[in-house]
Design a protein around this ligand. Structure first.
Ligand code: G4P
Length: 526
């Protein structure tokens, strides 16, 4: 197979949902179709959501498990599919945001009874920002849930997506009879526990056919006819181009646990989902089919074993062919590096690979050289865009609790920040360090890891802050004036960029009003 064909056959995507909607179950069923796993229950994934927020030891354990499921590759219908796992726990939302920079499309799972939940809203917003193509899977139709049209309205309203159902449920819960696949014009009868047989898939191109009544009963058949009529009148026809541009989201219904509607979803996904797309760098657009290799690190995973402080950096290949034992330029450090054990992930199996193609993710063993967002190339200086840090929402002063371990603390903090666990700000007035995170859980994780991996100990102290935002100003004099006036509220991030620490929403609003020339940014990339 030539290089271009290798690119064309790749589909790299993420599954996102609010915890408990069925992401893990769906992932597992997809892997079963791909033959990547043989039995259900093989994917433990990042299932840390049911633990109490204080139980971070459990989370640490799960973190170990989740390395194996960070990337799950499998072959299906001659295609190479890469599923990138996203943590379900909201305190790790930033990990998920970053993983979304490495996918070409996403599937959003929604619980039919719960509808659009907060975590889904946040994650879809990140996808929309990047115009990532989105397919929606409404799950748990074997249970009673909300009316299909109500759900579509809610998705359009809360997620700002234009939707087009490609399958439609016939009843739900006890009355669930199956779905009508509008894409392939087939009726698929529901059998619990994945006991689907070939004869349960019936081609019905004309819904007025008496076959429909025979299969699902007259009342359900008429209901389906009415509903499909509404769908055809109200929703735009499916247009692949609109989907690829992130303007139209097809919707499927099913029940992941019963393996129902999953194959239809996968079959449609492989037909319509994009192959690896061009990516943007500060310098230029990078096309996957370029000869020269380029890729970026979107996730760093620390080793759980304190005796081995190595980490795995996950690299998304954006162009060219990546090869083992070849010298590449680490752009930020301006030095050559080669990798003797690049790892690929096929579900729970890990193996050393010789080469990888655009769309693939390889794991690189790292002893502390990488930081999230780092670029590797064959020599060109490129900086991939779209891997921002987000404004943290929880803050604490961090104090050294053991003066003899100052060095260890500095090193530990630096490495944890490189991994993207949290963000570190240094106050301009007094040099005090503040850790900012998206979720409260990270404070425990940081304290624990500093102690166990670096032998350093810290104490936290509350600090009353509402938000940290990056500031920028084209007018030198105005910036100087702002920095002077707000000196008390200024800090620098780890890269030396100015950050405004707002004590309240009101303080932020006042600063924005009083300094109209200063731009306040809520992500580190602007
Ligand atoms: P998540 O990764 O999005 O957090 O969700 P996960 O797949 O773990 O699913 C959450 C719960 O919903 C699980 O039940 C799972 O079995 C159930 N579930 C998933 N798909 C369906 C479905 O189609 N129908 C029904 N009725 N349930 C579904 P649990 O009891 O919380 O966990 P477990 O003991 O089954 O693992």
């Amino acid at each position: 197979m030539n290089f271009k064909e290798e690119i064309k056959r790749r589909r790299t995507f993420g599954i996102i949902s609010h915890p408990d909607a069925g992401k893990t179950t769906l992932t597992e069923k997809l892997l079963l179709f791909g033959g990547a796993i043989q039995v259900a229950g093989a994917v433990k994934s990042n299932k840390i959501k049911r633990t109490a927020t204080s139980d971070f030891m459990e989370i640490e354990k799960q973190r170990g498990i989740s390395v194996a499921t960070s990337v799950m590759g499998f072959e299906y219908r001659d295609l190479k599919i890469n599923i990138l796992d996203t943590p379900g726990h909201q305190d790790f939302a930033e990990d998920t945001y970053r993983t979304l920079t490495a996918v070409d499309s996403v599937i959003v799972v929604i619980d039919v009874a719960k509808g659009v939940e907060p975590q889904t809203e946040k994650l879809v917003e990140v996808c929309r920002m990047r115009q990532t193509p989105i397919i929606v899977f409404i799950n748990k139709l074997d249970r009673e849930g909300r009316d299909g049209f109500d759900l579509l309205d809610e998705i359009e309203e809360k997620l700002s997506l234009t939707v087009r159902p490609l399958s439609w449920p016939i009843g739900m819960g006890q009355r669930f009879k199956g779905v009508y696949n509008l894409y392939e014009q087939k009726l698929i009868l529901f059998r619990p526990h994945g006991k689907q047989a070939e004869e349960d898939v019936i081609e019905i191109t004309d819904l007025s056919s008496a076959e429909l009544d025979k299969q699902v009963g007259e009342a359900a058949a008429n209901e389906l006819r009415d509903e499909v009529k509404i769908i055809r009148e109200v929703y735009p026809a499916f247009d692949r181009q609109a989907y690829l541009q992130g303007h139209l989201s097809p919707v499927f219904f099913g029940s992941a646990i019963n393996n129902f509607g999953v194959k239809e979803l996968l079959d449609c996904f492989v037909e319509i989902a994009p192959h690896p797309l061009p990516r943007f760098t500060e310098e230029r657009q990078v096309d996957p089919a370029e000869d020269q290799f380029a890729g970026f690190v979107f996730k760093i995973h620390a080793n759980m074993d304190p005796k081995h402080r190595d980490r795995i950096a996950f690299l998304r290949i954006c162009s060219g062919k990546f090869a083992r034992n070849t010298n590449y330029l680490h752009v930020r450090q301006n030095r050559k590096m080669k990798f003797s054990n690049p790892t690929s992930f096929m579900a729970a199996r890990k193996e050393v690979i010789e080469e990888a193609f655009p769309g693939d993710v390889v794991g690189l063993y790292d002893s502390g050289n990488f930081k999230i967002g780092d670029t590797l190339t064959e020599g060109e200086v490129l900086h991939f865009k779209g891997i921002p840090s987000f404004s943290p929402e929880q803050f604490r002063y961090v104090n050294n609790a053991d003066p003899l371990k100052q060095k260890q603390l500095a090193k530990g903090l630096e490495q944890l920040m490189d991994e993207g666990v949290a963000q570190l700000f240094t106050r301009e007035v007094n040099g005090r360090k503040i850790i900012g995170t998206v979720g409260a859980l990270q404070f425990d994780v940081i304290q624990y890891r500093l102690e166990h991996e670096y032998g350093a100990s810290v104490q936290y102290e509350p600090v009353n802050l509402y938000k940290a935002c990056w500031v920028q100003c084209k007018n030198e004099a105005a910036l100087k004036e702002f920095l002077k006036r707000r000196n008390r509220d200024m800090a620098k991030d780890i890269d030396g960029h100015w950050v405004f620490l707002a004590e309240s929403a009101w303080a932020l609003k006042m600063a924005q009003e009083n300094h109209p020339e200063v731009e306040f940014h809520f992500t580190s990339e602007f």
